[in-house]
Design a protein around this ligand. Structure first.
Ligand code: NAD
Length: 428
């Protein structure tokens, strides 16, 4: 048996992965400015609970395969936990722990009554049939039935999960309870109690903060050049919103690579192509570039909306954007953050920039609990208010403390949770 390294045998040992170390380092970098007690700092350093399950699936050919599944709940100080489920070959306990931690800060920054959670199944959905994905989802839900609940932990979509996945979870949970429980998940179809504007919320929120950041520097989005990495739920919507507001989207990418046109891309055309072919692979009405080249293009806004770990110590000195906006979670490493800060390139951090999704998820949950139906304009207005308030708070903390936008967002979020934790104390 492998020997445990006693010097690392604190709780961090359990979560120790590069992504969790990154989330933890961001927390530690913000702590000196947050002014919280040692008890608060220690308690919020690690997730409160984690569940690992083995999910069996009978494949279409009759064979049985077992997939690891996870759900990590970081903090229940402010209310039930909230966070997405991703289906991806890289899902691990440490990855879920990092993403759950960021969800706590994101919910706190937006002043939503939630703590953070994250989960998923380590699998490659591209190798599974739709029927297999459904069975895997339903079995995963039944494995988690004691962990999730409308008052305890509310899942939502993330990478490679969508409205349909949420519908299967809602149906399975409702079958096990014996009555319909739409408020068990958010990001579900409208017909099941999903919210208008949820699908667009994250990408729209990304563009709302980009617009406000531009205004702080004295310019409007229209006529500015934008590069968007990732063309899924977040990046696809962000590209459309930027295009609709008159910005010139000069490059986008998905896993198949990058697409570039200095005069501006035909975003509706790219969406139509992706809807017909399942991805952008094969689109040939512009110049093809690699994802690495895309990150280095000269532009006003670089929107990172693919996945974590995209700007690193190896490429941050070749970024030629005036501003980076994090639509994805954790796309900029600690080393890249330092390089970009030294070069004077502001990074609008994930916990602010992509918080539109969880904010409208919160609206969805409130509507479900109250059996209410708000219209699209009302939801968009409420989202803009919430994003605007959080944005102003982050900018004023950054100016007051002379720290980066990421540190300022973390400070504002940590203080929010700390106030509640101090008041509640440690049970018993
Ligand atoms: P998605 O699966 O819908 O889209 C991901 C996109 O990124 C796809 O176009 C994929 O092809 C592309 N991609 C993947 N790896 C890439 C790479 N190495 N280079 C270029 N493109 C790549 O997922 P999503 O829901 O849009 O989520 C994207 C990111 O945003 C994730 O980090 C997720 O955690 C975060 N996020 C999502 C939401 C939401 O509401 N969906 C909310 C907050 C944060």
């Amino acid at each position: 048996m492998a020997e445990v390294d006693a010097s690392r045998a604190g709780p961090v040992f359990e979560w120790d992965t590069p992504l969790f170390r990154m989330a933890h380092t961001q927390f530690e970098q913000a702590l000196p400015y947050a002014g919280v007690s040692d008890m608060v700092a220690e308690r919020l350093s690690y997730p409160e609970r984690a569940v690992i399950v083995s999910v069996p699936l009978r494949r279409d050919d009759g064979s049985i395969e077992i997939f690891p599944g996870y759900r990590v709940q970081h903090s229940t100080v402010l209310g039930p936990t909230k966070g997405g489920l991703r289906y991806d070959p890289e899902v691990s306990l440490g990855e879920c722990a990092a993403l759950a931690t960021w969800m706590t800060w994101k919910c706190a920054l937006l002043q939503l009554p939630y703590g953070g959670a994250k989960g998923g199944i380590r699998c490659d959905v591209k190798t599974l049939s739709l029927r297999e994905v459904e069975k895997l989802t339903r079995r995963f839900t039944s494995e988690l039935v004691r962990e999730i609940g409308p008052q305890s932990d509310i899942p939502a979509p993330d990478m490679a999960t969508n409205e349909q996945t949420m519908a299967w979870i809602m149906d399975t949970y409702s079958m096990l309870k014996g009555y319909a429980v739409p408020e068990i998940v958010t990001g579900k179809p409208i017909s099941l109690g999903g919210s208008l504007f949820r699908r667009e919320a994250t990408g729209s929120g990304v563009v709302m903060v980009a617009e406000q950041a531009g205004r702080r520097q004295g310019f409007e989005l229209a006529e500015k050049t934008c590069v968007v990495q990732g063309f899924g739920n977040v990046g696809g919507v962000a590209a459309s919103e930027l295009h609709d507001r008159g910005a010139r989207v000069i490059a986008v990418s998905d896993v198949s690579g990058g697409f570039h046109a200095e005069r501006g891309l035909d975003i509706p055309g790219l969406h139509a192509y992706s809807a017909e072919h399942g991805s952008l692979a094969g689109y040939d009405r512009c110049e093809r570039i690699t994802n690495d080249e895309l990150l280095e293009l000269e532009c006003d806004f670089l929107v990172l909306a693919a996945r974590e770990d995209q700007l690193t110590g190896a490429n941050a000195d070749r970024v030629h954007a005036a501003m980076v906006v994090e639509g994805a979670n954790g796309p900029t490493t600690i080393e890249a953050d330092e390089i970009l800060a030294a070069r004077g390139i502001p990074v609008i951090p994930d916990i602010l920039a992509n918080a539109g999704g969880v904010t409208v998820s919160y609206f969805e949950w409130v509507q479900d609990l109250g059996r209410l139906f708000w219209d699209r304009d009302e939801i968009r207005r409420k989202l803009a208010d919430k994003m605007g308030t959080a944005f102003d708070r982050v900018y004023s903390v950054a100016a007051e403390k002379e720290i980066t936008l990421r540190q300022a967002a973390m400070v504002a979020a940590i203080r929010e949770v700390a106030g509640a934790l101090e008041a509640r104390g440690i049970y018993p």
